[in-house]
Design a binder for this molecule. Structure first.
Ligand code: ZN
Length: 266
């Protein structure tokens, strides 16, 4: 109820105080190839490198060799079960950012993800580009996904990733007001493109770093083929695989990470 009241209040601000959006970037921000730059394109040199100017998380600054595998979209028949099999075989937990419409269609796959001990994040109900929607529509897309997924998880969702990586000030601030950390990535092999599993492995390893967040996608065989090699190689380099929530918690506990979204109203 409290979360709902906050959402209503934030949406009311968007509707009543149009100038509140003045602080937002003029155009929607598309993701940089290597997300080590802030939304205005300048390099970040702050001690909280990894957290963007809106409070969005790109990686978790830490010294410990922890890294998080994240899989966007789905769940999908065949691919999601195969992916879960690979993760389970390697005793690795991952974070799945699930789409509501697919989850509604394949609830058994959502149950399988939860039963395996993997984490679930909010990737909206319809996978629209949120920067094209009103504040009310953005909030509805996020909350409808959560309403569907939370009964499987048995707890409120706390992680959010906007579809297509498209975000602006409103998207991050609304998600924060609704109780989410907005999670991007520091390591993207671009596995939705038609590339070989070997190139997925190479790109992932080249970009790996302590506190890193790896973006991969549910629904592709090449990703599943690359996965065991990536896991073996990173483990041999001393990495352990953790959920995004664990990465955030360890960043706070050991390295003083402070994630805080920019307030919507200036
Ligand atoms: Zn997606």
């Amino acid at each position: 109820m409290i979360r709902r009241a906050i959402i209503v209040a934030v949406i009311a601000c968007i509707a009543v105080i149009p100038h509140a959006a003045n602080a937002a970037p003029k155009r929607p921000v598309s993701l940089p190839q290597h997300p080590v730059t802030s939304v205005d394109g300048t390099a970040r040199t702050s001690p909280v490198d990894g957290v963007g100017p809106l409070g969005e998380v790109w990686r978790v600054p830490m010294r410990r060799k922890e890294i998080a595998l994240t899989f966007d979209d789905g769940p999908y028949p065949f691919y999601t079960d195969l992916l879960l099999h690979e993760l389970e075989r390697s005793h690795v937990v991952a974070t799945f950012f699930l789409v509501g419409r697919s989850s509604q269609e394949f609830p058994e796959l959502v149950k399988h993800i939860v039963a395996d001990g993997d984490e679930i994040g909010d990737h909206t109900f319809n996978h629209y580009k949120l920067t094209k929607l009103s504040g009310q529509q953005i909030a509805a897309q996020i909350s409808e996904d959560a309403t569907l997924l939370e009964p499987f998880v048995g707890a409120p969702l706390t992680l959010f990733r906007p579809p297509h990586g498209r975000f602006d000030h409103r998207v991050v601030a609304l998600a924060h007001a609704m109780g989410y950390d907005t999670i991007f990535w520091s390591d993207s092999p671009e596995d939705t493109k038609d590339i070989s599993p070997a190139l997925i492995v190479k790109r992932t390893l080249d970009q790996a770093s302590p506190g890193g967040i790896i973006l991969m996608h549910n629904g592709q065989y090449r990703t599943i083929e690359a996965l065991p090699i990536i896991i073996d190689r990173l483990r041999s380099e001393g990495y352990s695989f953790v959920s995004v929530t664990r990465l955030l918690e360890d960043g706070r506990r050991y390295d003083g990470l402070n994630v805080k979204a920019t307030p919507f109203m200036q």
